[in-house]
Ligand binder design. Structure first.
Ligand code: DUC
Ligand code: ZN
Ligand code: ZN
Length: 474
């Protein structure tokens, strides 16, 4: 009896990286990409997959994901198990989640806690950004330790949510200065939180309780103001900075100007800002709580600016901000989800799902509509996030020696998206009933076939924590 294959050869696929596009064979062995070439000869110990007509893409890298994140009195409704399985079906093989520093513990405690929850469940590789809510000398010492010894080199801070997550400007500046000098990245949620809280209070006092006021109380100008402030702090600190979930031209225009001045400013947007605009909020039906995410959806004109910035590299990453909460109270046992804000929009947990549909939705509205080249699509969804967050070249590309995280993608297939068919726990998708061009056919994690069409071959706990290195910004 012959033993099972120990390697896999992908034959004749069209290999797409951030810079290249060619037909070749890709041999995966011992978890890494061993050889790329023409007519590679292999023995019986190698499984062969015919990929003619398929794209061979690097596994997606999603650097903005919230799985099992405790947010206020509730929790995001995907576990590390359901969320990473959904990621895999969507062609994402590495995620960066969040570890929240609490009032009482240190960044190191937060990392350890996240790893304890994640490790037995994750089906793709992962890391965490630590959310820093409080800065003092000990925290800065722990941050340095996390970077040097734990492989955690990025930290998220909030300019919004006073009294909960918000850090003041001095705290952000101290973090930027140290983390930047040590080769890491501070990621910033840029919205002016104290003014937003005032607008929310005034709206509620005026009796405005419906979800549409979520958007009206978080105007783009307050995203722009905070983005500008963050940039100036980074400039003073001589540190790189990364803006998460950029939604508006009010924010973008400061990023564009700063980059033109030579300041190391980087930024992501998310598929929902490209797919939808604020016209969805033109009703008082609670149904629109689905679109209550932060920042809220903006105008069609903002979308045009986001696309331009994506094309010309003023935005470098498209991440999901997958932050799912169910619409139906009690779905799968999850409580205090979107319905919590039925009579008060400010209590609706902020976020929407998207981890499984990122690649295919961007392929459809970006590549197929001629807004992004194939190379740029790969760069935005895999290569640059890997570079900016210290995962490259292990992750984010197809190259000899890189992890064999590979997606076989069929550009000719179409699919219609329904929440009931998706892997995640959330009871809705923003793409319900939408037909998209392109389909993830097979997914390999370190050479292991984990998704084969509709079949799940992965396993909880097979994902690995990936120690990350320094930022590679250029
Ligand atoms: N910011 C995020 O990045 N995710 C969810 C909610 C928020 O405000
Ligand atoms: Zn945020
Ligand atoms: Zn987020």
């Amino acid at each position: 009896m012959s033993s099972p294959p120990t390697a896999t050869l992908i034959r004749n696929g069209r290999v797409i990286t951030a810079s290249d596009d060619y037909v070749a064979d890709v041999l995966m062995k011992n978890g890494i990409i061993d050889t790329i070439g023409q007519n590679i000869v292999v023995g019986d110990d190698t499984a062969i997959i015919d990929a003619k007509g398929l794209y061979v893409l690097p596994g997606g890298v999603d650097t903005h994901v919230h799985l099992e994140n405790v947010i206020g009195p509730t929790i995001t409704c995907d576990t590390f198990a359901s969320g990473t399985r959904a990621a895999a079906f969507g062609g994402t093989t590495t995620i960066v989640d969040f570890a929240l520093q609490t009032e009482t513990d240190s960044p190191l405690g937060a990392i350890a806690r996240a790893q304890r929850s994640a490790q037995s469940q994750v089906a793709v590789d992962y890391s965490v950004h630590v959310i820093i809510t409080r800065v003092d000398d000990q925290v800065l010492t722990d941050v340095r330790h996390a970077m040097r010894h734990e492989g955690v080199t990025s930290f998220k801070m909030f300019m919004a949510y006073p009294g909960v997550m918000m850090a003041d400007d001095a705290a952000i500046f101290r973090m930027l200065r140290q983390v930047g000098a040590d080769g890491g990245m501070v990621a910033l949620h840029a919205e002016n939180g104290t003014v937003i809280d005032l607008l929310i209070k005034e709206a509620l006092e005026a009796g405005h309780t419906s979800p549409r006021y979520h958007a009206l109380t978080r105007p783009a100008i307050l995203e722009g103001e905070a983005t500008h402030r963050g940039i100036r702090l980074a400039e003073l600190a001589e540190a790189p900075i990364y803006f998460v979930h950029v939604s508006s031209n009010q924010a973008l225009k400061h990023i564009v100007a700063a980059r033109a001045e030579g300041i190391s400013v980087f930024a992501e947007t998310c598929p929902h800002y490209l797919l939808f605009d604020d016209s969805v909020y033109n009703t008082d039906y609670f149904e629109i709580a689905k679109y209550v995410m932060t920042p809220p959806l903006r105008k069609e004109d903002d979308q045009k600016h986001l696309w331009r910035a994506l094309r010309y590299d003023d935005l470098q990453v498209i991440a999901t901000d997958h932050c799912p909460f169910c619409m139906k109270e009690g779905h799968l046992g999850y409580r205090l989800q979107k319905m919590r804000g039925k009579d008060d929009f400010s209590l609706i947990p902020n976020g929407a799902p998207g981890i499984e549909t990122r690649l295919v939705s961007l392929f459809d509205i970006g590549v197929m509509q001629g807004k992004l080249s194939l190379n740029r699509f790969v760069q935005l969804t895999a290569t640059t996030p890997a570079k900016l967050f210290g995962l490259f070249p292990k992750k984010g590309t197809i190259a000899v020696g890189s992890d064999a995280d590979v997606v076989l993608f069929d550009p000719a297939a179409t699919q219609t998206i329904y929440a009931k068919d998706l892997q995640g726990n959330c009871d809705y998708t923003l793409l319900e009933g939408r037909t998209l061009r392109g389909k993830v056919e097979k997914v390999f994690l370190r050479g292991n076939l984990i998704v084969d069409g509709k079949q799940w071959l992965g396993r909880e706990g097979m994902g690995q924590f990936v120690p990350r290195g320094q930022v590679r910004a250029f």
